[in-house]
Design a protein around this ligand. Sequence first.
Ligand SMILES: C[S@@+](CC[C@H](N)C(=O)[O-])C[C@H]1O[C@@H](n2cnc3c(N)ncnc32)[C@H](O)[C@@H]1O
Length: 195
Amino acid sequence: MKEMWNKRYAQTDFVYGNMPNEFFKQQLLKLTPGTILLPAEGEGRNAVFAAKKGWEVFAFDSSIEAMKKTEKWAKENNVQINYQLSTYEEADYPNNFFDAVAFIYAHSLTRSANHKKMLQFLKPNGTIILEGFCKKQIHNSSGGPKNIDRLFSEEELLSDFTVCADIKIWEEEIELNESIGHSGKASVIRLIGRK
Ligand SMILES: C[S@@+](CC[C@H](N)C(=O)[O-])C[C@H]1O[C@@H](n2cnc3c(N)ncnc32)[C@H](O)[C@@H]1O
C-alpha cells in the first residue's frame, strides 16, 4: 500500500491539487485558529492552507513522497507544518491536545480504530471535520477506493463517533475538481461534529 502511494505521488505534481479540499476550507474558515491534526494528509494541500490561515498544523502520512512534497509546498508558502512520516498505528500525540481534527479522503480498512484513536488526541469540545467517499462512489470513476468496505456509510461513521456531541453526517452528489486524483461526478459523505 505504502509503495503504491509513493509511486503515485512520485509520478506527478499534486495528485489531488495544491488547493484545499472545498468542504475542509469552508468548515475551517468558521473556526478560530488553534491546533489542528490532519491524518493521512498526503501532499499537504490542506495543511498549507490551514497554516496560512494561522493554525498550528500537525499532519502525518505513511508515504515519504507525500511528506517530501508537503515540505516543499510549505517552504514555497513560507509556513511551517509539523509533518510526521507515520501510519495511523504509529501516530502518537498528547491526549486532548488538538482544537480540531480533519479527515479528508482518509479511507482505510481500519477506519473505526483510526477514527477512535484520533479522537483521543482531540480536546473536549474540539471540532471534527470529515469528507470521504460514501458507498455509492463504487459506481463512479472520479476516484477513491474500489473496495466497497473502504467506502463510508452514515451508520459506520455514526458508530465511530458515537461519543461525540452535535454530530451531523450527510451524503451529497458533487462534482470533484481536485486534479487528476479526484475528478468528476462523486458521491461523498460529510461529517461535522464536536467531541
Ligand atoms: C486519498 S489520499 C488523501 C490525501 C489527503 N488527505 C488529501 O485529501 O489530499 C490518502 C492518503 O492516505 C495515506 N495513507 C494510507 N494508509 C495510511 C495509513 N495506514 N497511515 C497513514 N497514512 C495512510 C496515503 O499515503 C495517502 O496519502
